[in-house]
Design a binder for this molecule. Structure first.
Ligand code: ADP
Ligand code: MG
Length: 321
């Protein structure tokens, strides 16, 4: 029997992770939080991207380098942390200098934008696989986790989830260029880690995570970690003017609910403070109230008041066929 991603981690790794008391938060969230400094916490995350899985085989190496760091910074954003360092492990079939130059340009463009310093790594021959580990800091008093949501909290999302999946669909079909197509492709190729938003949410949100596998899948994870459920009002999801030029409502909803790669933040705000954020921008990023957390322990979707069954729910690397 094949195991799902979370079952593999739970059974073989989390169960015997260790006993150290300086691990303030270990496996199960977007990043680990370590107690190594009296004044602040060290936050570490690691993500791997694989050719043909996380980026197209013929992708521009600039975008591969950018993405390898972006997906990691997104995990730090989800903790409310400030990034500082990265380590890079690179497996590639051959040392192609033109490829390496573009790859490094993409990686360091984003690294410079966030003042991230490359501190080490590993370089081997093999299939094209890029692993980045990032480290950063968060204040001692509060950081963001997936497990703090409570029934009654308002559920929010940043940006426009679904645009990245729409962009990937257009890349796959080699759609002709145009403003809408360019916008959507860029949302897939150059996700913007929401570091400043995560910092702003650090003292406001009861729970947060980044959306990497799809809004619904990741909402299930947030609910499971928090021991509650959610009611999602599908018609409240942010609309993409660019995507509505290219896709019908059914296709768009399947991108918005099930498409991954958005790297937006999904977060909950205690009811008393939800109105202050509703349809506002925070650090220049639109945030949208899309539902409410419930006691039910399930995620229920409604569309204009009617129960709604989504066509696609998200991504699991080891999902059973
Ligand atoms: P994210 O998408 O936010 O990076 P993942 O879904 O990849 O998170 O992982 C969920 C949690 O499981 C994270 O805390 C991650 O560090 C941990 N994890 C994933 N793979 C392993 C592994 N092989 N060993 C230990 N922990 C793991
Ligand atoms: Mg994450």
């Amino acid at each position: 029997m094949s195991l799902a991603e979370f079952e593999i981690i739970a059974k073989y790794f989390a169960a015997q992770a260790g006993e150290r008391t300086d691990v303030a938060l270990g496996i199960g969230d977007d990043a680990a939080v370590l107690d190594v400094d009296p004044d602040r916490k060290l936050v570490l995350a690691m993500d791997t991207i694989v050719a043909g899985v996380h980026f197209l085989e013929d992708a521009d190496p600039f975008d591969i380098g950018y993405r390898a760091l972006a997906v990691n910074l997104s995990d730090l954003a989800a903790m409310g942390a400030v990034p500082s360092w990265m380590a890079l492990s690179l497996s590639m079939p051959a040392a192609d200098e033109r490829w390496l130059e573009r790859f490094a340009a993409g990686l360091f463009e984003l690294a410079r934008a966030h003042d991230v310093h490359l501190i080490g790594g590993d370089t081997v021959r093999g299939p094209l696989v890029v692993t980045v580990q990032v480290g950063g800091w968060v204040e001692n008093d509060r950081w963001l986790t997936r497990d703090g949501a409570r029934a009654g909290d308002a559920l929010f999302v940043s940006g426009v989830p679904g645009e990245a999946a729409a962009g990937l669909a257009l890349l796959r079909e080699h759609a002709a260029s145009g403003a809408a197509v360019e916008h959507l492709r860029a949302r897939f190729l150059r996700p913007e880690p929401r570091i400043a938003l995560g910092r702003a949410l650090r003292t406001r949100a009861s729970a947060a995570m980044d959306i990497s596998d799809g809004l619904l899948t990741d909402l299930h994870k947030l609910c499971a970690a928090s021991g509650c459920g959610a009611r999602l009002e599908v018609e409240r999801l942010p609309v993409s003017p660019a995507a509505s030029e290219r896709f019908d409502e059914e296709a768009w909803l399947s991108f918005a609910l099930g498409g991954g790669d958005d790297y937006e933040l999904l977060f909950t705000i205690p009811a008393a403070h939800a109105a202050e954020l509703d349809s506002k921008t925070l650090e220049g990023i639109g945030v949208c109230r899309i539902g409410v957390m419930t006691e039910s322990r399930t995620v229920e979707c409604f569309h204009r008041g009617q129960p709604f069954v989504p066509a696609s729910t998200g991504y699991d690397h080891f999902a059973k066929p």
